[in-house]
Design a protein around this ligand. Structure first.
Ligand code: COA
Ligand code: AMP
Length: 636
């Protein structure tokens, strides 16, 4: 097959041949007519005419191939101490039965099902059960508040919602059911039914006529078979933050997704079928979709579903305990998790308590990986640490170090090189390619490879506007960075209003909407300020309406509460600065970039277009009061 360069070149020169060969590893009910359909460019479709079922590929076919006794899923809850193991046969039987329960609730092919659940095996079973009957799941992260859930309910218009009575967070039980009830009350679209998983830690009252008990509904059901769907049919919708408060419904198809994810397991992650693979993320994020659920299962691996944190459950040895106990070969997590571990156990003493001899590789993604964290992990663990870069939109890595093909030299600070099918370019404002070392917009030449988003849910035009119109012929990643002489990419920052808090992607626009709705607020601006642990934290500058003379601390507390209730605790919003004015250009654009540089104590320049430079003194003083802008320096 050749090394990385030969494989990469072939994927760009002959994409159809390359992906058709990869597609041989997937079970098709009907083979495709065309590998790539470009007839509606810039909308591209992969494996047109093909029919398959993603659940069959993830579960049933491994049983049929004689691997029914192999472990498919290990649920490990650091919150309750429970460990539950499901073989591929047990998982198939569970999924087939629960798919029958979904069908009894009237869910059919193409219907949407929202899953708002904690990290329990039932959530994975639910996702696969939807796939089994051709329903489209949309998982909503449990750390989002009712309003965010309501927005997704209105956009996806689900027939059914699957939820649980509670989630377990360190030191507290998070009641999910009141959030669900509130979301349904806010939403214009009302789902016909909800199935609620009662967890013993906190049972929830059910709404008569609407809610059913999960296990009661399951007990009535008969198992059902997999329904083949078109390769181009949606498997799921996953909402992600964009520039506005309206999240983007990323659509994932069935065919391209299965082909691409299968390919990544060996080539990028270097694991063999039967080995344990662990993505310490949440099923509410794309990492959870691709690498807790679909990728490892398509490939016949054992996947680990971990309910817990890297630290505090009970100590910074939690990850090493799981690796040793379940013989994990590869771990995928966010750098922030390692920063948390490093902070509590700088010497790596907890690693020495466990036998990690079987552990081979650590993968990091979700946010920029600072070289210190990567080097610390590498030194303490003594295994390669691979930074790789991707997005909810792409579903799998745009850039990585493909250790299953060949391990390229690791350069800390870079997620390495483009993966097959991704023709990555760095452009200037005018769309000209930049030479190595120069920072610009990172784009990918169309078509994107299989597994990436074909469009946004019910929003073709928004898909074009958001991703394809800035540089015609290219997909806009929203990230900026540069390449070095060896073709390694460095992803430095977002070019839009998206911030990254502990690996969670948030929209400053959405935060601003919630804050601006406070009756005392005239206007506001939210920026992401650098944080040692979480990468970034949201900080709001707030201008009060004229005449408001209430206690400022009370207003700040109300704003914090509003964001917690409007967006969710995951925003970790605590920093508010009440200022007299916001710095703007003469045309009225808020100078968020300048404020961010001042906050992060980075060198900044006085913008030539600023309306009134004196405002920045007040901004700096307010930031200093919050502990930021320690040593800002105005460049000459
Ligand atoms: N359901 C309900 N609430 C949740 C939640 C969930 N699924 N996930 C997080 N929250 C809440 C937390 O309880 C916390 O609430 P609090 O403000 O009352 O304490 C808040 O959201 C922030 O949570 P978290 O982001 O987990 O921060 P933390 O300070 O508790 O822990 C880390 C810090 C670094 C340990 C943690 O962020 C972490 O493990 N990060 C890894 C992130 C990750 O896996 N990202 C996925 C991309 S690969
Ligand atoms: P999400 O869609 O939530 O996965 O977030 C995707 C965004 O996270 C990317 O567009 C980047 O801004 C950031 N990101 C993810 N992985 C990396 C990485 N390895 N290096 C730098 N930024 C990253």
């Amino acid at each position: 097959m050749g090394g990385y360069r030969a494989i990469y070149r072939r994927s760009l020169e002959d994409p159809e041949g390359f992906w058709a060969a990869a597609a041989e590893r997937i079970s098709w009910e009907r083979r495709w007519d065309r590998v790539l359909d470009a007839s509606r460019a810039p909308f591209y479709r992969w494996f047109v005419g093909g029919r398959l079922n993603s659940c069959y590929n993830a579960v049933d076919r491994h049983v049929e191939a004689g691997h029914g006794d192999r472990l498919a899923l290990v649920y490990d809850s650091a919150m309750t101490g429970e460990v539950r193991r499901l073989t591929y046969r047990e998982l198939r039987d569970e999924v087939a039965l629960f798919a029958g329960a979904l069908r009894r609730q009237g869910v059919g092919q193409g219907d949407r099902v929202i899953i708002y659940m904690p990290m329990v095996p039932e959530a994975v079973v639910a996702m696969l059960a939807c796939a089994r009957i051709g329903a489209i799941h949309s998982v909503v992260f449990g750390g989002f508040a009712a309003r965010e859930l309501a927005t997704r309910i209105d956009d996806a218009r689900p027939k059914l919602i699957l939820s649980a009575s509670c989630g377990l967070e360190p030191g507290k039980t998070v009641a999910y059911k009141p959030l669900l009830d509130e979301a349904i009350a806010i939403a214009r679209h009302k789902p016909e039914r909800c199935l609620i998983l009662q967890r013993p830690e906190l049972e929830a009252p059910l709404v008569p006529g609407r809610d059913r008990d999960w296990y009661e509904a399951r007990a009535e059901a008969e198992p059902v078979d997999c329904v083949p769907v078109a390769a181009t049919d949606p498997l799921y919708i996953l909402y992600t933050s964009g520039t506005t408060g309206q999240p983007k419904g990323i659509v994932r198809d069935n065919g391209g997704h299965a082909v691409a994810l299968f390919w990544t397991m060996k080539n990028i992650y270097g694991v063999e079928p039967g080995e344990a693979f662990w993505a310490a993320s949440d099923i509410g994020w794309v990492v959870g979709h691709s690498y807790i659920v679909y990728g490892p299962l398509f490939h016949g691996n054992t996947t680990i579903l971990y309910e817990g944190k890297p630290v505090g459950t009970p100590d910074p040895g939690a990850f090493w305990r799981v690796i040793a106990q379940h013989d994990v070969k590869a771990l995928f997590t966010a750098p922030t998790a390692f920063r948390a571990i490093k902070r509590e156990d700088p010497e790596g003493a907890h690693m020495r308590r466990y036998d990690l001899s079987g552990f081979r590789t650590l993968f990091l993604a979700g946010e920029r990986c600072d070289p210190d964290t990567l080097l610390w992990a590498q030194e303490k663990l003594g295994v390669p640490v691979i930074d790789h870069w991707w997005q909810t939109e792409t579903g799998w890595a745009i850039c990585a170090n493909p250790i299953g093909i060949e391990q390229l030299p690791i350069k800390p600070g870079s997620p390495s090189v483009p993966m097959p099918g991704y023709d990555v370019r760095v452009l200037d404002d005018a769309g000209r390619e930049l030479p190595p070392g120069e920072l610009g917009a990172i784009v990918v030449k169309l078509p994107l490879p299989p597994g990436t988003l074909p469009t946004l849910w019910n929003a073709d035009q928004r898909y074009k506007d958001a991703y394809l119109s800035r540089y015609p012929g290219f997909y806009l990643t929203g990230d900026a960075g540069y390449r070095d002489e060896d073709g390694y990419l460095y992803v430095m920052t977002r070019t839009d209003d998206v911030i990254n808090v502990a690996g969670h992607r948030l929209s400053t626009g959405a935060l601003e909407e919630v804050i601006a709705a406070h009756p005392d607020v005239a206007e506001c601006a939210v920026i992401g300020v650098a944080d040692e642990l979480k990468g970034e934290l949201p900080l709001a500058f707030v201008v009060l309406k004229a005449g408001v003379d209430r206690d400022r601390e009370a207003i700040k507390a109300e704003l914090v509460k509003r964001v917690r209730e409007g967006i969710g605790p995951v925003a970790a919003f605590r920093l508010v600065a009440i200022v007299a004015r916001l710095p703007k250009t003469r045309s009225g654009k808020i100078l968020r970039g300048t404020m961010k540089k001042i906050a992060d104590s980075r060198p900044w320049r006085m913008p030539a277009t600023i309306d009134d430079p004196a405002i920045l003194d007040e901004i700096t003083a307010a930031l200093k009061e919050l502990g930021y802008a320690r040593t800002p320096s105005l460049e000459a």
